[in-house]
Design a protein around this ligand. Structure first.
Ligand SMILES: CC(C)(COP(=O)(O)OP(=O)(O)OC[C@H]1O[C@@H](n2cnc3c(N)ncnc32)[C@H](O)[C@@H]1OP(=O)(O)O)[C@@H](O)C(=O)NCCC(=O)NCCS
Length: 284
């Protein structure tokens, strides 16, 4: 009764219906970006021929792949569709030789992933609110728009922090949001980068990766000014308490906690202390 087929551009309307029914923040451009970076990794579940759910798996080389957008129509839940979608993603990634599969699990999703053998890595937090950067340090960094000459340094910094090569994702994000992709420079060196994008309910600030917290603060403050929505989502790891306290001091509240989980070796975990904000729950 369950079949899983590739999700295509013509399914984005259905995919957005799933996003809306779960109260998530993605817009069609987010699905289009996923289809662009993972054209073979976006899936649609059909139950007796009717569209019933979605899942995506973005591969970052062989080090790691990120599973996201696991959404089942409320009318079709608890029939094994969620398990079927995640099992399909895992089987495909294993065949390709990907060493680690990761995701950020909601409380609803976590039992499904535990059954598939995923284990917890650490918590991630979603902050939401009207961002008023009250206490930005008079930093020693300069914030400027990303230029082609910065790309290599940004990709290398991101790889050290994230643990896998996200350069293709960053390129597409920068192309979609050319005015909202910034770098922090100090003494001619790139010490951070960040970007923002629109969302269905709130603007989204992320990813922000930096060598130092003052660079991250300056980046987020400037990105907050460039988001044309009244309120923003900022997703972080739960590991960096001073950073989360700073966000709260800027008017954001921790709204929900998710669990970052992995399946496989997790042999390139990166350095989460440099990841100030996530790129999205569906891409890491
Ligand atoms: C999470 C979600 C995808 C699960 O989809 P689903 O099709 O209902 O899942 P399944 O039917 O495959 O359930 C798998 C198993 O997990 C268990 N399970 C599912 N949801 C559960 C819940 N909320 N609490 C406890 N156990 C749960 C079921 O008992 C089932 O076990 P079984 O196979 O032994 O019966 C669906 O609830 C959903 O779309 N939620 C909203 C979006 C979301 O949070 N997605 C996860 C993002 S990480």
């Amino acid at each position: 009764m369950l079949t899983i087929r590739p999700l295509t551009l013509s399914d984005v309307l259905f995919a957005m219906r799933m996003v809306e029914s779960a109260g998530w923040n993605q817009i069609p451009a987010d699905w289009e970006r996923l289809l662009w970076i993972a054209p073979q990794g976006c899936f649609l579940a059909e139950w007796e021929g009717q569209p019933a759910g979605t899942a995506t798996a973005v591969r970052y080389g062989m080090d790691c792949a990120w599973v996201g957008m696991v959404l089942v129509d409320p009318e079709f839940r608890r029939r094994g569709i969620g398990q079927g979608l995640i099992g399909h993603c895992i089987a495909r990634l294993k065949t390709m030789g990907v060493r680690t599969v990761k995701l950020d699990a909601t409380d609803q999703g976590r039992p499904v992933y535990l059954k598939q053998g995923f284990v917890d890595e650490y918590g991630t937090l979603r902050h939401v609110g009207r961002f008023e950067p009250a206490r930005v340090p008079a930093g020693e960094c300069r914030i400027e728009p990303l230029a082609p000459r910065h790309r290599q340094a940004v990709a290398a910094m991101d790889r050290r922090a994230f643990g896998a090569d996200r350069s293709e994702l960053l390129t597409v994000l920068a192309e979609q949001q050319p005015d909202r992709m910034l770098v922090a420079a100090k003494d001619g060196l790139i010490v951070g980068y960040g970007l923002a994008r629109p969302g269905r309910l709130h603007g989204y600030i992320g990813p922000v990766v930096a060598e130092r917290m003052d660079a991250a603060q300056m980046l987020v403050a400037e990105l907050g000014r460039r988001v044309n929505q009244q309120t923003v989502f900022v997703d972080t790891t739960a590991l960096n308490e001073p950073w989360c306290r700073w966000l709260e001091g800027c008017g954001l509240q921790a709204q929900r906690r998710l669990t970052r989980m992995y399946l496989g070796t997790n042999d390139t975990p990166g350095d989460p202390s440099r990841v100030y904000t996530l790129s999205a729950f569906e891409t890491g």
